[in-house]
Design a protein around this ligand. Structure first.
Ligand SMILES: NC(=O)c1ccc[n+]([C@@H]2O[C@H](COP(=O)([O-])OP(=O)(O)OC[C@H]3O[C@@H](n4cnc5c(N)ncnc54)[C@H](OP(=O)(O)O)[C@@H]3O)[C@@H](O)[C@H]2O)c1
Length: 270
């Protein structure tokens, strides 16, 4: 990977305390970027801050709170003078069928995944436009095809895709780079913290994490997409196949998904 592209670029990453966000933080730091890391767990961010060979600002942020997002962006600009890249990565998942789901869970998914992305983008946009920078939304294959027992998750990721696609078109002639970045199954904490029907965390993963793409590989794809200013990246062979086949045979993909998700241990579809 070319070393110079990210040198001294100011990068804000939400959800940087774990998984994909943390792997991105490590890779950006190794490439000489200046970082702002955001998450609710300030203690974890401070450990990462010490470990990274880069300028790192750690900001305790709950992205579902507009005020936190405003402060995150303001502190970054006060520290570094502007923002080149915003990575809207913070996210949570869920696992329950809609008929059993407490609606507060769906609100929570939208608040973190969709509104978190909207708030951070809103406050960072003037600086990103000034610097002809990049906005990334870490969405999901579930943002292209509804995933059973993940209504709130899929809805929030479809909403992110719609928001980012429209933002890109609004700024078609402003040199703003907007990237929809959709990982497939990736080994991380996301399934452990996923919310169940009543909003309590699931606490375990129903899938084989060791068989998934690593967060480090996902991070490498993201940096490549940023360098090439790609509009969209869809990862994993399964993810690519699902999105492509769904365009022509949506019912077939629905049936395959249903079968796959029903086969998970303790599946809410059983
Ligand atoms: N892993 C996958 O299979 C997969 C597939 C497709 C897309 N994705 C997406 O990738 C992104 C990263 O997920 P991951 O897989 O790396 O999961 P992860 O290991 O659980 O990391 C999630 C990150 O988001 C942060 N976060 C959660 N709620 C937050 C809030 N209210 N405010 C600020 N930060 C918050 C967490 O930090 P704190 O708890 O400290 O706040 C953590 O740093 C998510 O948007 C997810 O939907 C993941």
């Amino acid at each position: 990977m070319k070393q110079q592209y990210f040198k001294d670029k100011v990068v804000v990453i939400t959800g940087a305390s774990s998984g994909i966000g943390l792997a991105c933080a490590r890779l950006f730091a190794a490439q000489g970027a200046k970082l702002t890391l955001a998450a609710r767990s300030l203690d974890k961010l401070q450990v990462i801050q010490k470990e990274l060979p880069a300028a790192v600002l750690a900001v305790k942020t709950d992205v579902s709170k507009e005020e936190d997002c405003r402060k995150l962006i303001e502190q970054t600009i006060a520290t570094y003078g502007g923002i080149d890249i915003l990575v809207n990565n913070a996210g949570i998942s869920m696992r329950a069928v809609f008929k059993d789901l407490d609606l507060k869970v769906l609100h929570q998914l939208m608040d973190v995944n969709f509104w978190g992305c909207v708030y951070c983008t809103k406050y960072a946009l003037p600086s990103l436009l000034e610097r002809k920078g990049s906005v990334v939304g870490v969405t999901s294959i579930a943002g292209f095809k509804g995933l059973p027992a993940r209504t709130g998750y899929s809805a929030s990721k479809f909403a992110m895709n719609g928001f980012l696609d429209t933002l890109r078109t609004e700024h078609l002639y402003d040199d703003l780079h907007v990237m929809i970045f959709a990982p497939g199954f990736t080994a991380s904490n996301v399934r452990f913290s996923a919310l169940t029907a009543d909003g309590s965390p699931q606490g375990e993963t129903p899938r084989k994490e060791e068989k998934m793409m690593s967060a480090e590989t996902v991070a490498r794809h993201m940096l490549r997409g940023l360098r090439k200013r790609k509009d969209q990246m869809i990862l994993t062979p399964l993810g690519k196949a699902a999105v492509l086949v769904n365009k022509f045979f949506p019912k077939l993909v629905s049936r395959m998904e249903y079968k796959m998700m029903k086969a998970e241990p303790d599946s809410p579809l059983s």
